[in-house]
Every structure is written in C-alpha cells, then in structure tokens.
Write a protein that binds this ligand. Structure first.
Ligand code: ADP
Ligand code: ZN
Length: 296
C-alpha cells in the first residue's frame, strides 16, 4: 500500500489542507478560512482525521505556513508563529496543535520555503542545490536552498525587507521600513503609488519599468550574497509575464558583467524564471516537507 502524506498550506486568508500520495498526487483537499488559530487548526485536524479514517493512516505531515515562525528545533517555541500583526495569531502553536492529534513525523517551514521545496521536488528547481524562490504579491518573501538545505538561520530569511534606493515619488507600504523591497515593490505598493490595482495596469505603463528596476536591484543583492544557481519568481504580481524580459535585462545591467557566469551572461532566460507549479506550489511544497519529515 502506498504511503499517504498530509500537507497544510497556512495562509493569512485561508488554509489549504490535502492528503495525497508521495508522488504529489492529491487525493483529497479542502480550504478552511483563517479565523482564530483554535478554530482554524482544529478544522485542519478534523479534516485530516476524517481523511485518514477513509483513506488510510497518514505517514507524515508537512506544514508550509505564513510567518514569522520559530524554526529552531531546540527552542521551546519551535513551530509557533512569532509576534504577528495578524489578529490572534501571535504565538499560535501550529506544530503543537498537530502533534497533539497525530503521532507521525511532522515538518514545518515558512510558506516560501515550502513553495521553494515544491519547486525543487517537482518544478523549476529540480536538480539544484542553490536557488532562491521569491514571491511578489501582497508581501514579498523569499526562501530557497543553500548547499542542498532549505535556508534557515537565526530565524529565516526575510528577503522582502532588504533596503532599496528609492526615488522621490516612492512611498513605502511597509510599517517597519520606508525603503524596503516589500514596501516599494509589493502589489499594495504598486497600487498605492499608481492609484490602481496592479492587475489593472496595462502592459507598457511606466509602473512596470519602475517595478522591474526594483526587482532587478533586489536580485543583484541576492545574486551577490547567495550566488543562487537559479532564481524563481512567483506571486500575483509576477503573473505579468512581460515583467520577465524587463527584469532579466535590468539585472544584467545591474550586475554590469561582474559575475562572470555563463548561466547569467548567456542563459539569463533560464536563470530568472517563473514558477513551474503555479497555484500548486504551496500544497505540493507541504507534501515535500512531509517527505522530508519522514526521511529525518
Ligand atoms: P498573496 O500574496 O496574498 O498570497 P498574491 O500572490 O495573489 O496573494 O498577491 C496579491 C497581490 O498581487 C495583490 O496586491 C494584487 O494586486 C497583485 N496581483 C494579483 N494578480 C495580479 C496580476 N495578474 N497582475 C499584477 N498584480 C496582481
Ligand atoms: Zn520592510
């Protein structure tokens, strides 16, 4: 009998919960609105228990969740959400709520690291040991792998909050920084600056040149600090496919020939790429985390 994995993709507006096979085939899936942690997490547990009763016992659970998260296995708050502006969710014990209900290996990581792992397992980062995955949507988040391991550290990377040089017309939407990548280039930042939702701005609007410049400057920093073998860009804003050629061109200008890799200089189209899994990266990432939990 094939093993069953459970995946939970925890987001600020909804939790997607699924049960499936190790090859990523989803057998059952549900969406649960994000209300209080108690209600949301107990509905996740109820769904998984019902599926386990119907389909067979779960071998492992993977959780890819919004953050910030405590991901230090030695910490007493391991698997908790840290202080968050999301009402009621500060210090929510995501991992503990699941451990109480299921005696199986459980792995938890950020939503971006989860999506990155999904892309590594089934999508645009297959075979790579060093890559970054950035989502540019309501916020900007980044994750990925270094030397074959998902990026962790003191906490986890917060790539959306690196400083960028801002021009005079720019207003930051980040409550913490008046000059960060997320503050200047997230979907809400585009809307704030141009007065219309990003999805309503036409191709060729000056907003896209500005947006591509911000992204290219950020990519320069990530290329110079992390030396990724590939950069995967996702999130609502990156649905604007015309941004890719602009970003590639501006990133080459930013680097100005200094990083002498043919991967960048000759194959930039394969270096800065869109997500391959699209809307499925989150839940497949959670499955990939379940697979990792089982290996550990
Ligand atoms: P979230 O980040 O909340 O998970 P998304 O990645 O869809 O969700 O990001 C939502 C943001 O992306 C919003 O600010 C929205 O204006 C912007 N957005 C969504 N779709 C598009 C689109 N097709 N083109 C440009 N911007 C978009
Ligand atoms: Zn910020």
């Amino acid at each position: 009998m094939t093993k069953l994995f459970a995946g939970i993709e925890g987001g600020g507006t909804k939790f997607v919960v699924a049960v499936g096979r190790p090859d990523g085939k989803i057998l059952a899936e549900t969406r649960i609105p994000t209300t209080t942690p108690e209600e949301t997490l107990s509905r996740c547990v109820d769904f998984l228990q019902a599926q386990a009763d119907a389909l067979g016992s779960l071998a492992a659970i993977g959780v890819a969740c919004f953050g910030p998260l405590d991901l230090q296995p030695a910490s007493v708050n391991y698997g908790h959400i840290l202080s968050t502006p999301k009402n009621g969710w500060s210090n929510a014990d995501i991992l503990g709520s699941l451990r109480k209900a299921f005696d199986v290996p459980i792995s938890i990581d950020t939503d971006v690291n989860g999506a990155a792992l999904g892309e590594w397992r089934w999508g645009a980062a297959q075979g790579l040991e060093n890559f970054i995955y950035l989502t540019i949507g309501t916020g900007i988040g980044g994750g990925g792998m270094l030397n074959g391991n998902l990026m962790h550290g003191l906490l986890h990377p917060e790539m959306g909050h690196i400083p960028l040089p801002k021009d005079d017309d720019a207003i930051s939407v980040c409550p913490f920084h008046d000059d960060c990548f997320e503050g200047l280039a997230s979907g809400p930042a585009i809307e704030m600056r141009w007065g219309v939702k990003a999805e309503e701005l036409p191709v060729g609007h000056p907003a896209w040149e500005v947006e591509a410049s911000y992204i290219a400057q950020a990519l320069r920093s990530f290329i110079c600090t992390l030396s990724p073998q590939r950069i995967i860009l996702g999130g609502g804003v990156m649905a604007q496919a015309h941004l890719f050629p602009l970003i590639r061109e501006k990133t080459l200008v930013e680097l100005n020939g200094y990083i002498q890799s043919p991967e960048i200089l000759k194959r930039i189209d394969e270096y800065i790429v869109p997500v391959a899994l699209d809307g499925k990266a989150g839940i497949l990432g959670a499955f990939a985390l379940a697979e990792q939990a089982l290996k550990k």
